[in-house]
Design a protein around this ligand. Structure first.
Ligand SMILES: C[S@@+](CC[C@H](N)C(=O)[O-])C[C@H]1O[C@@H](n2cnc3c(N)ncnc32)[C@H](O)[C@@H]1O
Length: 232
């Protein structure tokens, strides 16, 4: 990315974050995993680019997941796709601890975790055109109008995703918040660098496991939108 674009996204993002780190109880096993296993399966935030050649035992497609929460879907997808590498990014300590302990328990060699703001991670750690797909399942909807500015999916993230995805790479976003879904569809549709994928907007069962927040939304009677766009 050009220097000016990077410093602009930096400046914009420093002001407003898309999350609040909640206290939330962290169990002993989550804490131990976070403290002890991180050095094996975690990747520390850094302001320099990752060397993707040496991160995983096999060089294969790379999918990023932003905001995996407690990580059930993340773990299931990684387990079912051993021929793809996955990096999950999350700021919620219990979720990070849980996924790390499950990676060890399941012996997964294709999933690694970063505990940091995903916007800064994308800005600094990934070379341009290095990612095959980005999953964002049930981003915080920030429903109050005065909080809309906190929404993760905005023009800053879009610029970063455009730069970091390979050509024909995809973005898969799921949400149960229809007003946010409309905003996301409009944002992506207005970008000349993305085209809608034919599987997008389906309301039937998607080719992904359900997530904790999705189940919560369904229990409240919310409709689920899966939005998939490909980089041109
Ligand atoms: C509503 S939860 C959904 C979690 C999970 N994907 C699910 O569907 O159950 C959104 C998650 O995104 C994380 N998140 C929000 N902004 C983030 C950011 N900038 N970087 C990393 N994680 C973020 C939050 O900590 C939270 O766990």
């Amino acid at each position: 990315m050009r220097e000016r674009e990077i410093s602009k996204t930096n400046r914009d993002h420093r002001k407003i974050r898309s999350y609040v780190i909640r206290g939330g109880r962290i169990s002993d096993s989550q804490r131990i995993a976070r403290d002890l296993i991180f050095s094996t399966y975690g990747i520390s935030f850094s302001r320099s680019e990752l060397n993707l050649e040496f991160l995983f035992p096999h060089r294969q497609k790379l999918i990023l997941e932003i905001g995996f929460g407690m990580g059930d879907a993340t773990l299931e997808i990684a387990e079912q796709n051993p021929d793809v590498n996955f990096i999950g990014i999350e700021v919620h300590p219990p979720g990070v601890g849980r996924v790390l302990s499950q990676i060890e328990k399941k012996g997964l060699s294709n999933l690694r975790v970063i505990e940091h703001d995903a916007v800064e991670v994308l800005q600094h750690m990934f070379p341009d055109a290095s990612i095959n797909g980005i999953h964002i399942f049930f981003p915080d909807p920030w429903p109050k109008k005065r909080h809309h500015k906190r929404r993760l999916i905005n023009s800053t993230l879009l610029t970063l995703m455009e730069a970091k995805l390979i050509d024909d790479g995809y973005v898969h976003i799921a949400t149960d918040w229809q007003e946010y879904a409309a905003e996301i569809k409009a944002l992506l549709s207005n970008s000349k660098n993305f085209s809608v994928d034919s599987k997008s907007y389906t309301t039937g069962p998607m080719n992904r496991p359900p997530t904790k927040f999705e189940n919560r939304g369904k229990a409240l009677g919310h409709r689920i939108s899966d939005i998939i766009f490909r980089k041109n």
